[in-house]
Ligand binder design. Sequence first.
Ligand code: G6P
Ligand code: MG
Length: 222
Amino acid sequence: QIKGFVFDLDGVIADTSIYHGKAWHQLADELGVTWTEQLGNDLKGVSRMDSLELILKTGGKENDYTLEEKEKYAAEKNTNYLNLLKDMDQSAILPGMADFIRSLEEHDYKLSLASASKNSPLVLEQLGLAQYFKNRIDPSTLKHGKPDPEIFARGAEVLGLKPEECIGLEDASAGVKSINGAGELSVGIGDPEILHEADINFTDTSQVTLDNIKKAMDVMEM
Ligand code: G6P
Ligand code: MG
């Protein structure tokens, strides 16, 4: 029986994955690494330093910089990202997600956040959704990033629930892998080809409702 929902943030609750993408694209240009849609998708859900490493590796530049230089570039990306966030408000909540979150609370489901982003407290505040997510995971305490199951396993743990009692929601392939590895039911939101490993797929957030999830689960059990 499902008792809790573990949410990714960027690209699931808010359209901030677009801002992350823009800021990384800008840095890739500066580093002389060709930006592709594939690279943009592969970066989704991946931590700040792992993202930089992936960009450098894609451009064959993984050995070109010292740790200090890499930290400088990662900080520069974050400054650009924070600039893009400056005017963000509730209008950045993806279609239907505010209603979905409220309906879960009304039905007494427990909610937690499994975002790799160190900026997630700020984003939730700006979206006006902080009160729904009292159970969070500090990403700096994680040993492994997505696709490792650690973050979604912790998402269930902080709710006092077993993984099989939780549904995880993700827009990233790495995130769906993390949910599956943790033993939760995975809901992928976005291109079904990219998220083919998800138990349930919705092409966009407006389809994410309790009713639609229940319907999809009924079909699975047949
Ligand atoms: C999320 C986003 C990624 C981002 C990561 C770290 O997983 O999907 O695009 O790189 O968080 O975010 P941060 O805000 O800590 O740099
Ligand atoms: Mg995401």
